[in-house]
Design a protein around this ligand. Structure first.
Ligand code: ADP
Ligand code: ZN
Ligand code: ZN
Length: 736
């Protein structure tokens, strides 16, 4: 017989149901909150987190008992648990799903908190004996030399020898080297000094030093102005106070070059968290931070969930970057959540960017954030010179003007490197029949009236849809008129690469986009091989940040014209940021930089504003437009999305949801959110799914959330909800 007065555990389970689940447990007590438990659920078992311990209700004897406690002590507690509960309320998502998103996969599955040791390598006896016989200059030989008589940790090896992992596997396979666990605190390189800060950098460093408690700060510094130097000083100060620092960087910004710089300068192990790590590695970083052993954690979006028992500082680099917003599941924004945690932790949160988001700029100019500026490039580097090349009526070769080709030749002859930016991967955006006008459309995307062209790849041999991934070989003849005159229209990065390789055969031409560098390290390897030699890089926005190229003297921007006329309210902001960031790649060291922007719309106000007044002139203007139109940051949005195989159910669900929202909005009068829709999504069909949306917009967050909170139980219960996949996105970044 279970004890009828024993308290019950209220468990958050990773299920799309907005509630907790009650279980019995022997000796349940308040210290169970935050522990993981394994529980029976229907015929299955699930891993959940105890969210609360409640008094036994009348039904307590019927409750099932938990299967087991997984943690000897609470895994989630204090600030992190409270912040995640806040996130659950803010995203209106079940706590169980939020906690599952926050935990590394291995912990979510119920595995124990791993040991947080570091790994190091050394030669075996056989390895020492075999060393002289290894081929001189080969990677295994160079690695063996590094390990001869020395135990070297993996961080250090990463900085010493590129491609060391493959070499280590070779040596391991032949019994010549071995991998051993060492305590994390043991492996600290001696810190190296950096350049002495300039006046503006010093002012920013001082402001951080003086910050007491929660202090949101914007470090608004032009590209190459030394923002990273400021981060390094602030982190060093934080470490000196005995505190932990968390640094968030965009997915593409977490390069080995950046890690090496952090490691060299800070003199403590730097733990990483990004999507390229396996589950075990991610869990180890999390555990090391949880135990307070990791003093500096550098990671991408989900690293914002790192436990920080001794928190001292959070840095969000490139805070405007779109990769901080999670686009499915729990749709959190890592920058915004970093601010929430910083407030709860009572620490400074430093947001850095050369192109701050309009939201952040608005907060900074309104005095809600400390506003720190770095107005000049650091050291000897000069701001790049930007010129617009008007290509109307000019002959183009694969989209490149004569002027641009001549500028490329000039830069290469002067020993520099060139970056050609085109934000369109593939060979060409469209395959067109020259005789009848047919073009290849994706069968799974778009609608009858509004098709979605498939992108041409592999020199024309293959078609691929960039919305759903559908691929097929190109047809040999036009399916409508049997003509053989099928022609790729327009240019993508592949075609530009082909033309440049043919024309500039004397230098390497490297393509950097998601097609060519699927693997995380591939881009680094390509750039490493290029080194300081003259050469050309062709690529998409992957090239807008990441690895610093000291020899980059010329940036060519091709074909941004589509972006000038996009309908999304954020499209101009994104384009302006992209242009400034890409342009900012040029001239970051001694070599002066030039930017050539090729367009058919040289008089477009966006381009004129960016070139005349820079990002801040653009931003001031864009903010005024947002205010007039009632868009963020002057209004707060939430987007209810629904999709299904047929067009009817999403609209029917959203119509019913609208009624549920209207029913609770009455009490809010004029402050109630305005509803627009249901309407088909801007991309009305994708991957075979018909998509629709309902937009909520309110002047005050409070009203938006109150109405959502009141209406969501009814929306969850709608019969129409069972016929669609639906989701709620608070503060959507994209409205499609
Ligand atoms: P950002 O993060 O703003 O792009 P970085 O911190 O990477 O800029 O600095 C750009 C370059 O300028 C780096 O090579 C860096 O070493 C150098 N640098 C930064 N601050 C200084 C300084 N005070 N004096 C000399 N060089 C500096
Ligand atoms: Zn045809
Ligand atoms: Zn498609």
């Amino acid at each position: 017989m279970p004890d009828p007065v024993a308290p019950v555990l209220q468990v958050a389970l990773p299920l799309p149901l907005p509630r907790l689940f009650d279980y019995r447990a022997p000796d349940a007590g308040a210290d169970d909150v935050g522990r993981r438990v394994r529980v029976p659920f229907g015929p299955r078992e699930l891993v959940g987190v105890v969210a609360a311990v409640g008094p036994a209700g009348a039904d307590a004897p019927e409750l099932r008992p938990i299967s087991e406690r997984l943690d000897p002590a609470p895994l989630l507690h204090g600030e992190l648990l409270a912040s995640l509960q806040w996130l659950s309320r803010y995203t209106h998502a079940p706590l169980g799903e939020v906690l599952a998103t926050a935990l590394p996969a291995a912990l979510r599955r119920g595995e124990p908190l791993p040991d947080a040791h570091a790994w190091a390598w050394r030669l075996t006896g056989a390895g020492a004996a075999a060393l002289p016989g290894l081929r001189a200059g080969s990677r295994p030989r160079r690695l063996a030399e590094l390990l001869h008589g020395a135990l070297r940790d993996e961080d250090a090896l990463g900085a010493l020898l590129e491609g060391w992992r493959a070499a280590a596997r070779t040596l391991l396979g032949r019994g010549l080297a071995e991998r051993v666990a060492v305590p994390a605190s043991q492996v600290a390189p001696a810190p190296q000094p950096g350049p002495s800060p300039g006046d503006e950098q010093q002012a920013a460093i001082d402001a951080l030093r003086e910050a007491a408690g929660f202090a949101p700060m914007l470090l608004d510094g032009v590209t190459g102005s030394g923002k990273t130097e400021v981060y390094l000083h602030a982190i060093a100060d934080c470490l000196a106070r005995g505190r932990q620092a968390l640094v968030l960087v965009p997915e593409i910004g977490l390069t080995p070059q950046l890690l090496a710089r952090f490691r060299a300068r800070l003199g403590v192990p730097v733990h990483v968290a990004h999507s390229g790590l396996n589950d075990g590695e991610r869990a180890r970083t999390w555990a090391a931070a949880w135990r307070g052993e990791a003093r500096v954690v550098v990671g991408t979006r989900s690293a914002v969930f790192t436990p920080l028992p001794d928190a001292g500082l959070i840095v969000v680099d490139e805070e405007h970057d779109a990769s901080y917003k999670q686009q499915d599941g729990i749709r959190y924004h890592a920058r915004d959540f970093a601010l929430v945690r910083g407030r709860a932790l009572g620490i400074p949160v430093l947001l850095g960017s050369a192109t701050p988001s309009l939201e952040t700029l608005h907060n900074a100019t309104a005095g809600r954030y400390h506003y720190l500026r770095l107005s000049r490039r650091a050291g000897v580097a000069q701001a790049p010179e930007v010129r617009v090349a008007d290509v109307r009526k000019r002959p183009l070769d694969a989209g490149l003007s004569q002027q641009m080709l001549a500028a490329i030749r000039g830069e290469l002859d002067a020993g520099g490197q060139v970056l050609v930016f085109r934000n369109r991967r593939g060979y060409a955006p469209v395959l067109l029949c020259h005789d009848c006008g047919w073009s290849a459309q994706c069968p799974h995307c778009g609608t009858a009236g509004q098709g979605r062209p498939m992108t041409v790849h592999a020199q024309g041999r293959r078609l691929q849809c960039h919305h759903c991934g559908h691929r097929r070989p190109s047809p040999p003849a036009c399916p409508d008129c049997a003509s053989l005159a099928l022609q790729p229209q327009g240019v993508g990065t592949e075609r530009i690469e082909e033309v440049l390789a043919a024309r500039f055969g004397d230098v390497p031409v490297l393509r950097i986009d998601r097609g060519s560098t699927r693997r995380r390290d591939a881009m680094e390897r390509l750039l490493g091989e290029l080194g300081e030699r003259p050469g050309i890089l062709v690529g998409t926005q992957m090239l807008a940040k990441g690895h610093d190229l000291a020899q980059l003297g010329l940036v060519c921007v091709v074909g941004i014209d589509e972006g000038l006329y996009s309908a999304d309210f954020r499209s101009h902001e994104k384009l302006a940021q992209l242009l400034i960031q890409v342009a900012g790649r040029a001239g970051r060291a001694q070599r002066p930089g030039r930017v050539l922007l090729q367009t058919h719309h040289p008089d477009h106000p966006l381009l004129a504003m960016l070139i005349g007044g820079g990002y801040h002139a653009f931003a001031a203007d864009a903010l005024a437009l947002r205010e007039a139109a009632g868009f963020p940051p002057f209004a707060h949005l939430a987007l209810l999305r629904a999709e299904a195989r047929h067009a009817g159910p999403p609209l029917a669900f959203l119509q019913a949801a609208r009624q549920a929202l209207e029913a609770v909005a009455d009490g809010h009068g004029d402050a109630a959110p305005a509803l627009s829709g249901p309407m088909p999504a801007p991309m009305p069909r994708r991957a075979g799914m018909h998509r629709a949306q309902l937009l909520l917009s309110a002047d005050a967050r409070r009203d938006l959330h109150a109405v959502l909170r009141a209406a969501l139980p009814a929306i969850h219960a709608l019969p129409e909800a069972r016929r669609v996949r639906w989701s709620l996105d608070v503060d959507p970044v994209d409205l499609y």
